[in-house]
Design a protein around this ligand. Sequence first.
Ligand code: THU
Length: 127
Amino acid sequence: MQDTELLQKAREAQKNSYSPYSHFAVGAALLTKSGRVYLGTNIENASYGLSLCAERVAVFKAVSEGEKEFLKIAVVCPASEGVCRPCGSCLQAMREFAPDLTVIMANAKGEQETRTLRELFPYPFGL
Ligand code: THU
């Protein structure tokens, strides 16, 4: 699947964001080796610390469905300063399953960046 198509799926997921506290909607689309795509979006909570990032929602959905081999993930965020790079917790969660993952990031300004997970997170915990 082309990056542009995966980014488009991430934008669809972004529409479901539940982010009344940050007003920062994030969407993610995770492509597995089997060709399936798992969508994720950020889900916040009045108890802020319970909030989940879009990337981890997508990863955990996939793993819970029996998929553990991932090729690439697209992550989209609103018009912001630069693209939305996954937070450290999401990087660690993705690293658990897919050290060679490709991470495609884009914002609503049309800025785009592609990195490997190893580039973004060279020194994970325990792996
Ligand atoms: N967020 C994500 O969903 N993914 C990231 O990579 C960084 C941040 C969410 C968490 C919170 O709901 C909002 O963006 C603002 O931090």
